[in-house]
Design a protein around this ligand. Structure first.
Ligand code: FES
Ligand code: FES
Length: 171
């Protein structure tokens, strides 16, 4: 049986009739037409579908969409900052941290989640946080460089400017 839910994604709300089996990833891609979160394993194990739910990195393939009603959901498309791409995206571009790019949205959303909690993490913490996000092309070295560059770029802005729009109350 379908359930009527209101989902808020990147500040846009939609009322949808969903089955309890519909994953957040399916709804983001099929109903919100957002293609940054990717289907990789479908089991919560590769990280390519990572988005933020109330600022927490979340594997959208294993979360039923009906369970995130009225939560603040952010995808890569929602990171734009003052009309420009987010400094973390800028860092990934500068470091050319992609080959096919399939893992990249998940890597960036994990980085956002990490820097929201700790604006200046050590290399070991960065490796630890990203260890569950798989890159089948093997660009891990460039990705780590991109995270270090993201730390530099973000340090010139206040965390409130960079991250508050991703976490503040919906009202
Ligand atoms: S597709 Fe969600 S963790 Fe792999
Ligand atoms: S760049 Fe291809 S999977 Fe990471």
């Amino acid at each position: 049986m379908n359930q009527r839910v209101v989902l808020v994604v990147n500040g846009q709300s939609k009322t949808l009739d969903l089955t309890s089996e519909a994953s957040l990833l399916q709804v983001l891609r099929n109903d919100f037409l957002l293609n940054s979160p990717k289907y990789g394993c479908g089991l919560g194990e590769c990280g390519s579908c990572t988005v933020l739910v109330d600022g927490q990195a979340t594997r959208s393939c294993v979360v039923p969409a009906t369970q995130v009603e009225q939560r603040r959901i952010t995808t890569l498309e929602g990171l734009s900052f003052a009309g420009a791409i987010h400094p973390i995206q800028q860092a990934f571009i500068e470091q050319q941290a992609a080959q096919c790019g399939y893992c990249l949205s998940g890597m960036i959303m994990m980085t956002v989640s990490l820097l929201m909690r700790n604006p200046n993490p050590e290399l070991e913490q960065i490796k630890n946080e990203l260890s569950g996000n798989l890159c089948r092309c093997g660009t891990h070295i460039e990705i780590l460089r991109a995270v270090k560059r993201a730390i530099e770029l973000c340090s010139s802005s206040s965390p409130d400017d960079l991250f508050k729009p991703l976490t503040c109350d919906l009202n």
